[in-house]
Write a protein that binds this ligand. Structure first.
Ligand code: ATP
Length: 701
């Protein structure tokens, strides 16, 4: 007789109704009809009948039996029957007595399997095993009181699921003594070793008792243990491959979408993925961690729950001290997103009120949507930041984005794979309120210079993005309303003249590119090489005095152990000395920072070594320009705008004189360099409504 027991009474929620395990009582023997019994019954029956019919038949029958019984053959027959009956009864009694075990089978893809294996692990059942299956699926957050994961370092809380170990299938059963009963446990390998069947292993438990309640108790205990000791989400409910339940809300957040990042960051912060089984391993260097499943079920049918949830995570996300930077890849899709710390505007060293001007203008623009709409002007605004490398163009964009709480979408126009189509795809997938950063716009579309250069050198022009392609996408209807575009370039002179020359067809679009002004013209900001004020500023940032942020380093004997100054005045004196030795409009702040890093913590050494550094830089520049014959010059020869861009300092054309002291040489260098930018030092052109012709003239000179 086989018995199927289940679903069990241990279920609390739905999953239990799906949980079944089987156990079998060992089969009893068939009850044999005992001939002897039949005979006796027959005799009794006959005897009772004979009472009714008459006792004379009894005497006759008995004497007949006696006569038959005296026959030796019949005697032997009766003996045989009696003996057989005794043997059969003994066999039945023995069989019944020995059948006191129950067998249960747990399928690997069933919940009960997880409960029991986790519980058995806790009972140290697998301690003897030498071969383990390591599963993150059964993982749990370690709890000091629990013994679920007796692993090294298990006390460490991480966002990642801790693996659990279970003995690999083995032929020899393990023995467990549980509440006074013995159990033998055997794991069976999947029948096939292919991936699909790999999860079809089973766990066989033999309980050496006939009491079925013991087995029920065992499974219930395992289940309670499992849920009490782990923060597991029933895996089947969250399997993204499973069909979404119609009774639950299903929200899908697409990777690359901003909402995805809100939700992802929030879920990671609340350890929501501790029990995930589907980990995507990524080499992305995102501090958001790894992107896991994209779909989640909300256990509610109320839509407000979903919108509240999204609102909450969004608020959390935007409240943090970070700026999200989305990076385009060459296939026309937004790829990685990195989260950068906000840069305080105060850390930007820009002359005058440049940064405040940009910020206020951008704020004004964002607040002026209605004005644009009434005026029938697309609500977009653009800024062209140009200047030598390392002068702070990108830093300015990041600082402004932080102030405005906007995300940055960066399109490196010079990147491989960038063409008109991919550019269009990218721009059509930017949100309306964001900062679009077009880096190295001079590399976007090959100018006639590039074409000519490419022809001369039998090579391809630099980029596959065309001027009209760029202008089209910037001007298209799909371009977001409320978007701020920053374009950066190190070589304003490399921009195609068609882009900046007024009176051409492109001029109209040029306005779109550089700015969509409220009234007129474009907004250009030139980033110049470091002025005296900036050189002093960067020095002061590096060698802040020993104050609250920079606590005094004094040892027990009262001796100062740091070379940092004690007061602002002292730092200012060093800074002035330092700036006096560095030619203005010659080096970018990034270059100066690079030098100061080599003198970290020692302002005196920084001042003392700077002259030597300047000389080295100058000689380096001279040797480069003499070796290359100046690429800049060679371009000028076949260029129709041969002069250097305004503010772009040429390599210093200073011949060091023999025997000249370093300081004199520096002075000469300073003079030479200053020639190029003289008169504009410290005077950044944050020009709203700058005269187009001025720029055109510059480019066409
Ligand atoms: N004006 C500045 N104020 C503060 N830091 C600056 C400034 N200019 C440059 N730096 C520092 O120099 C480094 C490079 O700056 P950034 O990337 O902003 O320059 P960039 O002009 O965008 O250069 P590129 O044209 O090469 O992209 C950064 O570490 C930045 O902090």
């Amino acid at each position: 007789m086989h018995a199927l027991v289940g679903p069990m009474a241990v279920g609390i929620n739905n999953q239990s109704s799906r949980t079944a395990y089987t156990h079998h009582l060992s089969s009893p023997a068939q009850v044999s009809m005992n001939i002897f019994d039949i005979l006796l019954r027959l005799i009794k029956h006959l005897a009772s009948r004979s009472l009714h019919t008459g006792t004379h038949f009894l005497g006759f029958g008995l004497s007949g039996l006696r006569a038959v019984g005296s026959n030796p053959t019949v005697k032997d027959l009766f003996r045989l029957i009696t003996l057989g009956t005794i043997v059969e009864v003994g066999r039945m009694v023995g069989e019944k007595g020995l059948e006191f075990w129950q067998e249960s089978e747990f399928q690997m893809d069933d919940f009960a399997y997880d409960w029991v294996t986790a519980y058995l692990e806790n009972q140290n059942l697998w301690n003897e095993s030498k071969t383990f299956n390591v599963l993150a699926r059964n993982s749990a957050v370690y709890k000091p009181c629990g013994r679920l994961l007796p692993m090294p370092n298990s006390g460490k809380m991480t966002n990642h699921p801790a693996p659990s170990y279970e003995a690999a299938p083995t032929q020899s059963p393990s023995l467990l003594r549980w509440r006074g009963y013995w159990m033998t446990i055997r794991k069976r390998s999947p029948r096939y070793s292919d991936a699909e069947n790999a999860r079809k292993g089973t766990l066989m438990i033999t309980l050496w008792s006939r009491n079925t309640r013991i087995l029920d108790d065992f499974v219930s205990t395992a289940r309670e243990f499992y849920y009490a000791n782990s923060q597991l989400v029933p895996r089947k409910q969250f399997d993204v491959r499973s069909e979404p339940s119609e009774s639950l809300l299903n929200a899908t957040f697409f990777h690359g979408d901003t909402a995805y990042h809100w939700v992802l960051e929030y879920l990671i912060s609340i350890d929501a993925f501790n029990s995930t089984m589907n980990l995507a391993v990524t080499s992305w260097q995102s501090d958001l961690g790894w992107p896991p499943a994209r779909a989640a079920d909300l256990h509610s049918s109320d839509r407000k729950v979903l919108s509240d949830f999204v609102a909450h995570v969004k608020e959390r996300y935007s409240g943090r001290d970070k700026v999200s930077v989305h990076l385009a890849n060459g296939n026309g899709v937004w790829g990685r997103t990195i989260s950068k710390s906000r840069r305080a505007l105060s850390t930007l060293l820009l002359p005058g009120s440049t940064k405040e001007t940009i910020l206020n203008d951008a704020k004004d623009f964002l607040a002026g949507k209605e004005w644009y709409s009434r005026a029938g002007i697309p609500h977009r605004r653009g800024y062209l930041l140009y200047g030598a490398p390392g002068t702070g163009k990108s830093s300015t964009v990041h600082a402004i984005a932080g102030e405005l709480e906007l995300e940055i979408y960066v399109i490196p126009l010079a990147n491989a794979g960038m063409n008109d189509y991919t550019l269009g795809e990218l721009i059509s997938h930017t949100p309306s309120r964001c900062i679009l950063l077009l880096e190295d716009i001079d590399c976007a579309f090959p100018s006639r210079v590039d074409h000519q250069h490419a022809q001369n050198h039998h090579s391809e022009p630099r980029s596959a993005v065309t001027l009209s392609g760029l202008l089209n996408v910037l001007d298209s209807i799909s371009s977001g309303e409320g978007r701020i575009t920053f374009a950066t370039t190190n070589h304003i002179d490399h921009l195609d003249p068609a882009l900046i020359r007024p009176g051409r067809m492109d001029v109209k679009v040029r306005i779109k590119l550089h700015a969509v002004p409220r009234m007129k013209a474009r907004f250009q900001i030139e980033f110049r090489l470091a002025s005296t004020v900036q050189i002093e500023g960067v020095f002061k940032v590096f060698f802040r005095p020993l104050d609250a942020e920079n606590p005094k380093s004094i040892d027990e004997s009262g001796t100062k152990t740091s070379s940092l100054p004690d007061t602002e005045e002292e730092v200012a004196r060093y800074a002035a000395d330092f700036a006096a030795s560095v030619p203005t409009d010659t080096y970018s702040i990034a270059q100066i920072q690079g030098y100061l890093f080599t003198k970290k913590g020692d302002p005196k050494a920084a001042v003392e070594g700077v002259v030597e550094w300047v000389v080295a830089q100058t000689q380096d520049t001279l040797s480069k320009s003499s070796v290359s014959g100046s690429e800049f010059d060679s371009e000028e020869d076949d260029d129709d705008h041969p002069s250097p861009p305004p503010g772009y300092a040429r390599p210093l054309q200073v011949e060091p004189e023999c025997g000249q002291a370093d300081t004199q040489l520096v002075q000469a260098a300073s003079d030479g360099g200053a020639d190029l930018g003289r008169g504009k030092q410290g005077e950044f052109e944050s020009v709203d409504g700058v005269d187009d012709s001025a720029v055109s003239e510059t480019a066409d000179t």
